[in-house]
Design a binder for this molecule. Structure first.
Ligand code: HEM
Length: 181
């Protein structure tokens, strides 16, 4: 039987002050909540060329002590015109009672990462515990992300150890919080 049902009574929100009250354990990560958009630059020693990209991130919650996270990026040319879609990822940022972050991220490239990290003031740092790869995924053995928040601005630096190279810079993005709508 297909019974008629109502809208989900537990929606996510990415706007503080709208929707469910944030769980008290989310206090250290409240500044992340919102939609962010900006530009970045990337490199890796195995790549012939550096690249530029644009990226959108969303951190939202449903009143429980974790954030839902989603990010999409696309490459841009020197004039800022879109070239092609690039990295996408989605996952969950759990905040424990001692304010440790436990993060799980999944990528369409066959990579799943678990991270542990901390918030100190305006800085958030997470480092992989484990990286799982599907059979055709590129070899990634570790990654580290550093977020620096300054009100409605956020800088994200992403280092990775991949394809036989030690942990080093892959991406830096400068994002602004989008006005809530
Ligand atoms: C903003 C997000 C990202 C962008 C814009 C980006 C962009 C790129 C680009 C342009 C390349 C060169 C190959 C190609 O043209 O596709 C590349 C390679 C690569 N990226 Fe990223 N990337 C992003 C996120 C990530 C993440 C999250 C990971 C790992 C979890 C990752 C791992 C790799 C690896 C392993 C390579 C291949 C290196 C090689 O085979 O030499 N990237 N990335």
């Amino acid at each position: 039987m297909f019974e008629s049902v109502q809208d989900n009574p537990y929606p996510d929100t990415h706007v503080l002050g709208e929707g469910p009250e944030p769980h008290p354990l989310l206090r250290p990560v409240l500044p992340l909540i919102g939609r962010w958009h900006g530009r970045g630059e990337g490199e890796y020693p195995t790549l012939e060329q550096d690249f530029r990209y644009e990226q959108e991130l969303t951190f939202s919650h449903d009143g429980r002590p974790f954030l839902r996270y989603e990010a999409r990026a696309w490459l841009i040319d020197g004039s800022g015109a879109p070239v092609r879609p690039a990295g996408r990822e989605a996952g969950w940022w759990r905040v424990t009672p001692d304010a440790t972050l436990e993060v799980v991220l999944a990528h369409p490239t066959g990579i799943v990462e678990t991270y542990v990290g901390r918030v100190s003031g305006n800085e958030v740092e997470i480092e992989t515990g484990e990286v799982a790869l599907t059979p055709l995924a590129k070899e990634v053995t570790a990654t580290r992300r550093h977020y620096t928040l300054d009100g409605d601005r956020m800088t994200v630096v992403h280092d990775m150890a991949a394809v036989g190279r030690p942990l080093q810079h892959h991406l830096t993005a400068h994002l602004r919080r989008r006005p809530s709508s």
